[in-house]
Design a protein around this ligand. Structure first.
Ligand SMILES: [Zn+2]
Ligand SMILES: [Zn+2]
Length: 155
């Protein structure tokens, strides 16, 4: 199931879309993330860790907020190792790991810190989905901060 939000900007009428979690294209998203990690797109440490084929990456999308008001949707990108070697992705036929399996069969070994593109500060992951209507994000088009948010769900 997907989870997301729509927010209509009251100033410019632009509709901002936010999609969380995983969708139909997840295997491709995962493949791309692990490839980018292996060639060093996320830094030398991520490159080193992901040379080990048992290490998995969290490719689920999350919302990140900065205290300066900036926000972005991005893949989590934290690194995980299997709790038991029998749970490793090498031992079954899948080449990707969904976030729910990371929670049950893996443990986080490296937490990826997302940095703000505007001010460079570490961003915080948004987790308070119960109160998502209270969230006021800047419109991605005009920058107006007070857009109302409505959660949407789909199968
Ligand atoms: Zn706007
Ligand atoms: Zn910032």
């Amino acid at each position: 199931m997907g989870r997301g939000m729509l927010s209509l900007c009251l100033k410019c009428k632009h509709i901002n879309h936010f999609n969380f979690g995983i969708g139909m294209a997840f295997p491709m998203v995962y493949e791309k993330a692990i490839k980018e990690a292996r060639i060093g797109d996320f830094g030398e440490e991520w490159k080193q860790y992901t040379q080990n084929p048992h290490i998995a990456i969290d490719a689920g999308y999350k919302l990140y907020l900065c205290e300066c008001g900036a926000w972005k949707m991005d893949k989590d990108l934290s690194l995980y190792e299997p709790l038991k070697s029998s749970d490793s992705i090498d031992n079954d036929n899948t080449s990707y790991v969904v976030p729910s399996d990371l929670q049950s069969h893996y443990r986080c070994i490296k937490h990826y810190i997302h940095k703000c593109n505007e001010c460079g500060k570490p961003m915080q992951e948004f987790t308070d989905y119960d109160n998502i209507e209270d969230l006021r994000l800047r419109c991605e088009k005009c920058g107006e901060p007070s857009t109302g948010i409505s959660p949407v769900f789909w199968d």
